[in-house]
Design a protein around this ligand. Structure first.
Ligand code: XIL
Length: 348
């Protein structure tokens, strides 16, 4: 038997360390990060974050390896960025923009023309002139500050009722039929390179009142020269509802045909609690199919998650009895939905 000399022992140890290093290298080669997969597939894979998330190491680590875009879940809404008409709170957005640049991520803005989370002074507007002036000032001030740094904006949000008519909001009521024209034109003038988006929920299906109304409205806006570049389907889904993949693809294709891109922009998939085998499977299916559609439709290529884990999710507050909508659980453990989403994203 060969004697184990000091040199041999050193060689053996070196070999073991080398094999271990090689195995680690191979493992990381074999499984590129979700962010790399998205980059390779030419996709935006994004995450909505709260102001504190960029200071939370665990979240930051996941963000860096998974996503190539972030969007403020609340920090750019009027009530936060402009709590008083003459008082701007830039600190959260400035920090997020810096964070995104430092980590080579894109950043999306959300949102300007909306009925919720406005400053109280918005609701005391009285005339068309006042409304046009304030909205234009708001859009211009934010987009000028972040010109060339924020690549896309939800300029308007949730403008439709379920029957496809326009929602009665302060902006529509005071400004009138050209309320969207005012907002999108101000946005284009402030930053000509930013992508300008009309965002809503329940507009993802072709063949529904709201889905078809949104398509017709964007078509008309384009025909009269209003600068709208994209539509965003929020997709706060309910796992138990039927999922019509073909109607989503059909909708994306008709927008794509007129040069308007689509995005799945606030994705979460809630279940009626408790989570069980049946609704887990339904939830997995929605996550996987949405990612697969975004990967394979040239007119989409963008999927943004509305939060990472069930811990900070807005769902239990907004929809009592529902929850478990995200891909990490309350303890930041990956759920089956995580793997389903990754499968859709990678196609494997
Ligand atoms: C939600 C946020 O997630 C919550 O934190 C906040 O309390 C309310 O707004 N559609 C949108 C988002 O466009 O801005 C909403 O975000 C969810 C519904």
């Amino acid at each position: 038997m060969k004697r184990l000399t000091a040199t041999n022992a050193f060689r053996a140890a070196f070999a073991i360390v080398s094999i271990a290093a090689l195995a680690t290298a191979l493992a990381s080669c074999g499984s590129p990060s979700p962010r790399k997969i998205a980059d390779r597939n030419g996709m935006v894979f994004g995450l909505a974050i709260k102001a504190g998330d960029i200071y939370t190491p665990e979240t930051v680590k996941i963000m860096k390896s998974h996503f190539n875009l972030i969007v403020p879940e609340d920090s750019m809404k009027w009530v936060n960025i402009r709590p008083k008409k003459d008082f701007w709170n830039w600190s959260d957005m400035d920090a997020m923009v810096d964070f995104a640049e430092k980590n080579r991520m894109r950043i999306k803005g959300h949102t300007f023309l909306w009925q919720d989370q406005n400053g109280p002074y918005v609701h005391s507007l009285k005339t068309r002139e006042e409304a046009v002036e304030l909205l234009t000032d708001h859009i211009t001030t934010i987009m000028t500050r972040y010109k060339g740094r924020i690549s896309e904006y939800d300029v308007a949000n949730e403008v439709f009722n379920e029957d496809g008519t326009l929602r009665d909001t302060i902006w529509y009521r005071l400004i009138g039929d050209d309320f969207l024209d005012v907002a999108f034109k101000a946005a284009r003038a402030a930053d000509p390179d930013a992508k300008l988006i009309l965002c809503d929920y329940n507009t993802e299906y072709a063949g529904t009142a709201k889905g078809d109304a949104s398509y017709e409205l964007v078509k008309e806006m384009k025909a009269r020269g209003v600068p709208v570049d994209g539509v965003a389907f929020q997709l706060h889904c309910m796992a138990e509802l039927p999922f019509n993949e073909e109607a989503i693809r059909e909708n994306i294709r008709r927008f794509h045909a007129m040069g308007v891109s689509c995005s799945f922009s606030e994705v979460d998939v809630r279940v009626k609690l408790p989570l069980d085998e049946v609704n887990t499977a339904q939830q997995n299916n929605v996550y996987e199919r949405l990612a697969a559609i975004a990967r394979t439709e040239p007119g989409a290529k963008s999927l943004i998650l509305w939060g990472l884990s069930d811990k900070g999710s807005w769902i239990p507050r907004a929809f009592p009895g529902f929850g478990s909508a995200n891909i990490f659980d309350k303890d930041m453990k990956k759920k089956p939905a995580y793997y389903a989403l990754m499968k859709g994203l990678s196609g494997k």
